[in-house]
Design a protein around this ligand. Structure first.
Ligand SMILES: Nc1ncnc2c1ncn2[C@@H]1O[C@H](COP(=O)(O)OP(=O)(O)O)[C@@H](O)[C@H]1O
Ligand SMILES: [Mg+2]
Length: 562
């Protein structure tokens, strides 16, 4: 998946541009060498230069002297090379940004389309790091150092080709240290990747802790754990620092080694080159070309070591992203299967609204752990109001999750109005079933958007009416309606949050309503008010309510004990 995003058709055009620029970028030095040879008294063999055929053609059509022709050619080739490098730079970055955009889009999409069990296992720190930091690091592979490195590496091939045409001896000398430099970079590079992996793990842990402590600040405040948290966080930061320094030491070792080799070889080459010029085997222009190419020849090796830190980090991030894509595709939600039509209906002629037929379920399918639900059967009639009671941990929430197909049973069938749940399009199914979950969720968006989250086309008037129906008139004031209620609705009381959730249900107008312990955290008065609201507003609906409070039992017409 990730590979497909990176190797989009435009990437091949970019690679072609890089190749072309590499080819063009070695030409100015050629013309320069020819100019030097023309003005020096050497009897240079100009045909050794790869640009010679072009000069030959130009001389047939131009009456200017060779030197003027070469100077003009030098200007044109240099400008063309500059132009190519601008075009290449732009397209590499443009392509990179497009790739990053696609990765982010796909990553978020596959993440939210993963199934309930997988999403439950995700760590907030790791996920945040993937979404933000890893994608950013991959930029390093696509547009960062690699941008320069790739062109340098391709140029190296052209340089080697040209140099062998000029002098085999000097070319071999230039190549001698390459295996050493590559091996050195490889060994230290692997070390660097290990360090980067560890650094990333530490960063993921740090992000998790930061997010967790901010979200759950109340716990540390109430237990006055500020000092303890500071100390633990500081220890983790120090660990991270030490690891980062370790990485720095490795990358600092590569750079001087490679550069040192380059300096020694340059001097040796200069010495032998001068001798060859004196022996008149080599022209001054050719020697100058060698010296100019030498820097460019070693530049990818030097750069690779200089950029190893970020390249290693990018590789680690790339691997993490590939893994994320693989995991999310393996854990795709059933709701993402759009093969069934949205244009479905519930057959109200069928008297049984919900039917569980010998349903068995356990959370981790691979695990040998016992079933949460064991061969459970019950029926819920159309418009019936039923309480599902049982001790905590017995599986009440699990039953509700099964009805909305957040999870699927391993054995048995669940039917809604006579049809198996799997035969409904899940988007349709969830639009017909209103589920008030126990941890009533609100996003940090304006109240009105929270209210019409599942029904974006609900008008402001409808939202205001729904708010009035749940006795929340005071929130219809535009300042509050368009304001946010804190990250998880923290600025609202428990009862208010519950009533907002009921208003949301009114707007969705489902046929079946599932309520998971709706009054668990409310005092008697608030609980009674919420129950009155639910049973008067949804008198026509089929209701399944989980609870262990006596109050709910008095509202429902029947009780199922789990
Ligand atoms: N996402 C999950 N993954 C694994 N086990 C879970 C998950 N959710 C709940 N459980 C386990 O399943 C059992 C039933 O949970 P639940 O349906 O929430 O019970 P209840 O709502 O009756 O308190 C519990 O033992 C709980 O630990
Ligand atoms: Mg529960």
């Amino acid at each position: 998946m990730l590979r497909k995003i990176i190797f989009r058709p435009f990437t091949f055009i970019v690679i072609l541009l890089v190749l072309l620029e590499a080819m063009v970028s070695v030409l100015p030095q050629q013309v320069f060498g020819m100019i030097i040879d023309t003005i020096s008294l050497d009897k240079a063999v100009l045909s050794k230069y790869i640009i010679y055929p072009l000069v030959n053609i130009i001389s047939q059509y131009s009456s200017y002297s060779l030197l003027v022709q070469l100077l003009l050619l030098y200007l044109i080739v240099s400008l063309f090379s500059l132009f190519m490098s601008i075009i290449r730079g732009f397209s590499v970055t443009y392509n990179g940004e497009r790739i990053l955009l696609n990765i982010r889009e796909k990553l978020f999409s596959s993440l939210i389309r993963s199934n309930y069990s997988y999403l439950n296992t995700l760590s907030s720190g790791e996920t945040t790091l993937r979404m933000l930091s890893d994608v950013e690091n991959v930029r390093g592979l696509i547009v960062g150092p690699i941008n320069g490195l790739l062109i340098d590496l391709i140029t190296v091939f052209f340089i080697v080709f040209i140099c062998f045409r000029i002098s085999t001896l000097l070319s071999i000398l230039m190549l001698i240290p390459v295996p050493f430099v590559v091996l050195n970079s490889f060994i230290l590079g692997n070390k660097q990747i290990r360090i980067s992996t560890r650094l990333r793990e530490q960063m993921s842990h740090l992000t998790s802790i930061t997010l967790g402590r901010i979200k759950g600040f109340l716990l540390l405040k109430l237990f006055a754990c500020e000092a303890k948290e500071e100390e633990q966080y500081s220890l983790l930061l120090k660990d991270y620092f030490l690891q980062a320094i370790k990485g720095l030491k490795v990358s600092s070792a590569i750079f001087p080694l490679t550069s040192g080799v380059q300096i020694v070889v340059s001097i040796a080459l200069l010495y032998i080159g001068i001798l060859r010029v004196q022996e008149q085997v080599l022209s001054i222009g050719e020697l100058l070309i060698f010296i100019q190419y030498l820097g460019r020849f070693y530049s990818p090796f030097v750069n690779i070591s200089r950029f190893y830190n970020s390249v290693a980090m990018s590789i680690v991030s790339y691997k993490k992203l590939s893994k994320a894509f693989q995991e999310t595709s393996e854990n795709r939600d059933i709701a993402s299967d759009e093969s069934l039509s949205h244009e479905d209906y519930l057959d109200f002629a069928e008297p049984v609204a919900i039917e569980f037929d010998a349903v068995s379920f356990r959370y981790d399918a691979g695990d040998k752990s016992t079933n949460v639900l064991e061969s459970m059967s019950f029926k819920l009639m159309h418009q019936e109001k039923v309480s599902l009671v049982g001790e905590s941990g017995k599986g009440k929430t699990t039953v509700l999750n099964l009805i909305v197909r957040l999870i699927c049973p391993q054995k048995g069938n669940i039917k809604l109005y006579g049809k198996d749940l799997s035969e409904y399009n899940t988007t349709f199914l969830r639009s017909r079933i209103g589920y008030l979950s126990q941890n009533n969720i609100m996003y940090n968006i304006p109240l009105i958007e929270n209210l019409r989250y599942g029904v974006p086309d609900a008008s402001e008037k409808e939202v205001i009416r729904a708010l009035s129906q749940v006795n929340m008139q005071q929130y219809t004031n535009p300042k509050l309606l368009y304001g946010t209620m804190g990250e998880g609705g923290e600025l609202l009381s428990g009862g208010e949050k519950q009533r907002i959730a009921i208003a949301r249900l009114i707007l969705c107008d489902p046929d079946v309503i599932l309520l998971d312990e709706p009054i668990a955290n409310l005092d008697h008065d608030n609980a009674k008010c919420v129950m009155d609201l639910i049973f008067s507003l949804f008198a026509e609906k089929t209701i399944l309510i989980t609870s262990h409070q006596k109050l709910t039992l008095s509202y429902s017409t029947r009780t199922i004990v789990i």
